[in-house]
Design a protein around this ligand. Structure first.
Ligand code: GAP
Length: 450
C-alpha cells in the first residue's frame, strides 16, 4: 500500500479558521487560554450542522433510537461505579526543580524538558475536573465535570425503557460537552480539555453483540463518507488487549489522516454488560431487562459509537480544503457537503444601483427564511465569489440588469463554477433541489468521494 500524505497543513486550516471567523482562541484579548477555543459566526453554524447531520442519521431516521440530554454534573457515586475515580488516570512525573508535570511516557532521559531538572517517579494523575457543589468546599461537596457523556445514558437506561416502551435492541443518543484535564493538548481543536461528544449507547441481547458491533462500525464509517470525507483518508484500527479501556471487550478506532498524521476520530467499543452491572450494584436499583422471548431477566450488552464533534469538525474542514490556481492568484475553496456548509446561499447584486438592490434584498429576505444566507455587495463579483468559495458556500445567486427585464437570476455552483439562469419565482425550489443533491447542469453533485 502506498503511504498517503495529509492533504493540507494545519497552519492553513488554523489561518482560514481565524481569518474567516470559524474559530478563535478563547479569551484572546487576555492572551488566550491554553487549548480552549471559541467557535465564531461561521464555526458555530458548521458545528451545529455536524451535530444536526449526526442526530438525523442516528435518531431521526431510525426506529431503534431515541435521544437524551443529561446534566453535566452527576451524582459523585456515578464515577466510583464507572471506574473513573480509580482508573481514569495518566502516569505523570514532576520536575523536582520547577515543579512542572509531564506525561511519563514522553521521557527517556529523566530530565525536565523545560529546565533540565530531575524528574520524580511516575504517579497516577486523575484526568477528571473536580469542583464543589454548594457554598461549602469540603470533601462531601465534591462533584466532577463529566469526562464522557456516556454515563448520563447508562443511569437513565430504566427511565428511557419505562417511558418509551422500547424493546431490545435499541439505543440512546446524546450530544454534549465533556471535560478532561488532559496532560498533553494540542493540534488545534484535536485534543482539548473541554470538548463535545456525540455518543450512542446501543443496548442489545448479549449473544447478538458481535453482529451489532460490526454493523455500527460500518454505519459510522459510511456517515463520514456520505458527508464528503474521502474513504482512503479513513482507516479502522483495532485496539490491542493491553490498550483496551477497563470497560471494553473490543474496540475499533475510526482514524482520519489529520495534518499531523493518522489519529482517532471516533471510537466504537463493545462495553459488554460492564456499565449496567456496575451501576446496578452501586445504586441498588435493578437495571435488568425482561426478555419476553425467554421470560428471563437479562443484562443487555452495550455497543458504543463515540464521536468527537470538534475532531469531526477538523476532519471535515481538512478534507474539504482545496487550492486551485486562479490567474495570478490562488482560489481557496472548501468542498463542504451542503448539509455542513455554514452558509448555503449568497445573494450578490451585480452593482449597488437601487433597482438591483431592491430585487436582491427581496430575494435575500425570502431565501433566509429557509437557510443561512449571506448578502454581499462589496467589491467586484469575482472577489465576492472567492469569498464565498473560501467558506464553502455551495451556491451564489447573482442579480444583474437583465434580471430587471426577464425576472431571472443566475445561480453559480461553487465546485464547477457552472451557472444556470432561473426565474426568480423558482429560485427557492431550485436551490432546495440542488442543495439536496439534484444535478447542476450535467454534473452530478455531492457524490461520496471514492
Ligand atoms: N465514552 C467513550 C469515550 O469517551 P473516548 O475514545 O475517550 O471514548 C470518544 O472518546 C471521542 O471523543 C474520541 O474519539 C474523540 O473524538 C473525542 N475526544 C476524546 N478526548 C478528546 C479531547 N481531549 N479533545 C477532543 N476530543 C476528544
Amino acid at each position: 500500500m502506498t503511504e498517503l500524505t495529509p492533504r493540507v497543513d494545519m497552519e492553513k486550516i488554523v489561518s482560514l479558521c481565524q481569518r474567516r471567523g470559524f474559530i478563535f482562541a478563547s479569551s484572546e484579548i487576555y492572551g488566550g487560554l491554553s487549548s480552549c477555543w471559541d467557535y465564531g459566526p461561521l464555526g458555530v453554524e458548521m458545528k451545529r450542522n455536524i451535530k444536526h447531520a449526526w442526530w438525523r442519521a442516528v435518531v431521526q431516521e431510525r426506529d431503534d433510537m431515541v435521544g437524551l440530554d443529561a446534566s453535566i454534573l452527576m451524582h459523585p457515586q456515578t464515577w466510583e461505579a464507572s471506574g473513573h475515580i480509580e482508573g481514569f488516570t495518566d502516569p505523570l512525573v514532576e520536575c523536582k526543580n520547577c515543579h512542572l508535570r509531564w506525561r511519563s511516557d514522553d521521557f527517556t532521559d529523566n530530565k525536565c524538558s523545560s529546565c533540565g531538572g530531575e524528574l520524580t517517579e511516575p504517579r497516577q494523575f486523575n484526568l477528571m475536573f473536580k469542583t464543589f457543589m454548594g457554598p461549602v468546599e469540603d470533601t462531601a461537596s465534591i462533584v466532577y465535570l463529566r469526562p464522557e457523556t456516556a454515563q448520563g445514558i447508562f443511569v437513565n437506561f430504566q427511565n428511557v425503557l419505562n417511558t418509551t416502551r422500547k424493546r431490545l435492541p435499541f439505543g440512546i443518543a446524546q450530544i454534549g460537552k465533556a471535560f478532561r484535564n488532559e496532560i498533553t493538548t494540542g493540534n488545534f481543536i484535536f485534543r482539548t480539555r473541554e470538548f463535545e461528544q456525540m455518543e450512542i449507547e446501543f443496548f442489545v441481547k448479549p449473544q447478538t453483540d458481535k453482529e451489532w458491533f460490526d454493523s455500527w462500525i460500518e454505519e459510522r464509517l459510511n456517515w463520514y463518507v456520505n458527508l464528503g470525507i474521502t474513504r482512503e483518508n479513513l482507516r479502522l484500527r483495532q485496539h490491542g488487549p493491553e490498550e483496551l479501556a477497563h470497560y471494553a471487550r473490543d474496540c475499533y478506532d475510526i482514524n482520519y489522516l489529520f495534518p499531523m498524521g493518522w489519529a482517532e476520530l471516533e471510537g466504537i467499543a463493545n462495553r459488554g454488560d460492564f456499565d449496567l452491572i456496575q451501576h446496578a450494584s452501586s445504586s441498588g436499583k435493578s437495571l435488568a431487562y425482561f426478555d419476553e422471548e425467554t421470560k428471563q431477566q437479562i443484562v443487555p450488552y452495550i455497543i458504543e459509537p463515540s464521536a468527537g464533534v470538534d475532531r469531526s469538525f477538523l476532519a471535515f474542514l481538512c478534507d474539504a480544503y482545496d487550492e486551485e490556481p486562479d490567474q495570478e492568484e490562488t482560489r481557496v475553496l472548501l468542498h463542504l457537503h451542503p448539509d455542513l456548509a455554514p452558509i448555503k446561499v449568497a445573494v450578490l447584486p451585480l452593482s449597488r444601483r437601487e433597482q438591483l438592490v431592491t430585487v436582491a434584498k427581496q430575494i435575500y429576505a425570502d431565501l433566509r427564511r429557509c437557510w443561512m444566507v449571506n448578502y454581499d455587495d462589496a467589491q467586484s463579483i469575482g472577489r465576492r465569489y472567492r469569498r464565498q468559495d473560501e467558506i464553502g458556500t455551495p451556491f451564489c445567486v447573482t442579480v444583474d440588469f437583465q434580471s430587471l427585464e426577464d425576472n431571472q437570476a443566475t445561480i453559480r455552483h461553487r465546485d464547477t463554477m457552472n451557472q444556470i439562469r432561473v426565474p426568480i419565482s423558482e429560485l427557492k425550489t431550485t436551490l432546495a433541489a440542488k442543495l439536496s443533491g439534484e444535478r447542476f447542469d450535467t454534473q452530478p453533485l455531492w457524490t461520496a468521494k471514492g
